[in-house]
Design a protein around this ligand. Sequence first.
Ligand code: URA
Length: 227
Amino acid sequence: MSERPGAGPAQPDVPSGGSAGAKLAALREQAAGCHACPLYAHASQTVFGEGPPSASVVMLGEQPGDMEDRQGHPFVGPAGRVLDRALEAAGIERDDVYVSNVVKHFKWERAGKVRLHKKPNAGEIRACRPWWEAELAVVRPRVVCCLGATAAQAVFGPKFRVTRDRGVFFDLPGPDLFGSARPPAGTEAIATIHPSAVLRAPSETRDEVFDGLVADLETVAERLRRG
Ligand code: URA
């Protein structure tokens, strides 16, 4: 693991033996001390991914929000509640989902009493990448679902446009991704909007935006049913 902020991408050490749960626990412990980028200095804690180690789906968001930063768990705030509702509406068992983020520390700026979300930059996203790659390599999901542009571009590259390319399956890009610990061939990736887009939508279109999220997740559900 890099100890100097900005000294380079994180360097997770995935244990070679043990169960997937034990490997994730080891990664979580390592990530708790990650200083690969400067974000750790202003966040309360690292928010690592959570869910069953054998999950069929990994949902990848951008970064923890204010609530996640305080509680130390991903998607426990308002966006997480939208995600839970959308998963239920799409018929995806929450117990079959591992949730994580492409950046593991909350980046924020103060606006009076509130801590406002700030988008992570390319260097921060790059520094954190080995963590989610390691999570995917251990969980080996059938489907990776990117929530919003930051996650989608981290996975598919900067030319990816959620507005244009959402709701369609792609192979996980390689070959540098995952090194020797790639998820099995056949792992597919898809992107949809970030659940916070539902919260930001004007009230007249909010239901429609939510239905669009559910429709994309139904595509995921359908793929899982087909095995
Ligand atoms: N938004 C995200 O992208 N991730 C979280 O964990 C919470 C909000």
